[in-house]
Design a protein around this ligand. Structure first.
Ligand code: SAH
Length: 376
């Protein structure tokens, strides 16, 4: 089976897989579309930046990485300043966040900057090269998985990483819930969703009465990774910060989206491997997995609450007098985009986790009132 002229190269592969095994789960579809070694979306391209498919907080403004540096420096204080310490980032994209973070640590916490060993968890060789270039001459190690990094004192950050992890979807059909599967429609010559066999107990009892057609999502991969982070925090002093768009409480809803050229594709099955696929992060599920493995969780709070508490406004005010008029406009609009309530400020949430017995990490000392409004 070969690909047609405009056909994504992954499509014949998916067709063959489905012909052999029957319809596949949404998680398998996502894992292949994003991570297939030859044709996976993240493996073949740099999706970020002005002409890319999407942009992220560190690509929007240097203020994001600068604020996260303050978070790391203060959290290191909460951990009693262990040295050496591993500074771990999962899914570092172009490496912009780590570069901004280290540049800031050099200035505000030189002892930490000197004593921190940078570890990056990244599967894409294209992006590993970008990360190396972004870090200039700094030493760093790359890993395929967090598990490969030895356990020890650790500061960990992950921005817009968990949303790329595979999810399962369940659909309310008739009296029960069925797994939502991906199938090949021979007549229409395209991939389509199909409801699989009924799966009693797949969905929390609170959603039992959800209307016909409702979708419920879970991510075993995200929960396993959160558990792995928690195990590490339980075994050695550490703090972790997870920032992503998502929900603070379990809810029904189809959040699987394909993004191409900065627009949402109407059909997430239309271009496997050629569009980014993401789903909202279930922060309650992450917190449960972190706590089950022995870590303590804080938040989630909104990205606005996080960055404001870390002094984004003061940092902006300090930068403006030294900026050119053009830079000033860029700095101001970037900061607004990151914290404005109707934009990334409240769509994005931040969850922190620490070793048990540590006091609250910076920005997580008091509950964020914006969040309780958001989830009322
Ligand atoms: N944190 C970055 C980019 C987020 S995009 C930013 O804020 O700009 C997701 C990143 O995770 C990419 O670098 C992608 O290649 C990487 N990635 C996706 N799946 C992964 C996996 N299973 N393991 C490690 N890295 C992964």
């Amino acid at each position: 089976m070969s690909a047609g002229p405009d056909e994504p190269p992954l499509l014949p592969l998916l067709r063959r897989l489905i012909a052999e095994q029957g319809p596949i789960g949404v998680a398998a579809y996502m894992a292949l579309a994003l991570g297939h070694p030859r044709h996976g979306y993240y493996m073949t391209r740099d999706p970020f930046g002005a002409r890319g498919d999407f942009t992220t907080a560190p690509e929007i403004s240097q203020l994001f990485g600068e604020c996260l540096a303050i978070w790391c420096a203060m959290s290191w204080g909460v951990m009693q300043r262990p040295l050496p310490v591993r500074l771990v980032e999962i899914g570092p994209g172009r490496g912009t966040l780590m570069a901004d973070l280290m540049r800031t640590l050099d200035r505000i916490a030189p002892e930490l900057a000197r004593g921190a060993a940078i570890h990056l968890v990244e599967t894409s060789t294209v992006l590993r090269r970008k990360q190396q270039a972004a870090l200039g001459g700094r030493r760093a190690s790359w890993h395929d998985a967090l598990m490969r990094i030895p356990i020890g004192p650790m500061l960990l950050v992950a921005n817009e990483f968990f949303d790329a992890l595979p999810i399962r979807q369940f659909v309310r059909a008739g009296a029960g819930w069925r797994e939502r599967l991906v199938d090949w429609d021979e007549a229409a010559q395209r991939l389509v969703f199909r409801a699989g066999p009924e799966l009693p107990g797949a969905v929390p009892p609170a959603l039992a009465a959800a209307p016909e057609g409702s979708i419920y999502e879970t991510s075993a991969v995200a929960a396993a990774l959160a558990g792995e982070i928690g195990t590490r925090l339980a075994a050695a002093p550490g703090a972790a910060l997870i920032v992503d768009y998502g929900r603070g409480a379990p809810a029904a809803g189809d959040t699987l989206a394909a993004i191409r050229g900065r627009k949402k594709d109407a059909d997430p099955l239309a271009a496997p491997g050629e569009a980014d696929l993401a789903a909202h992060v279930d922060f309650a599920a992450l917190a449960a997995a972190l706590e089950q493995s022995g870590a303590r969780c804080w938040g989630p709070i909104t990205q606005r609450g996080l960055l404001t508490a870390l002094g984004i406004e003061a940092r902006l005010a300090a930068l403006l007098p030294c900026a050119s008029p053009q830079q000033a406009v860029q700095l101001e609009s970037g900061a607004r985009r990151l914290i404005a309530p109707e934009r990334m400020g409240t769509l994005f949430l931040a969850l922190a986790a620490t070793s048990p017995g540590l006091r609250a990490p910076p920005a997580f000392e008091t509950p964020d009132p914006a969040l309780s409004r958001l989830f009322r």
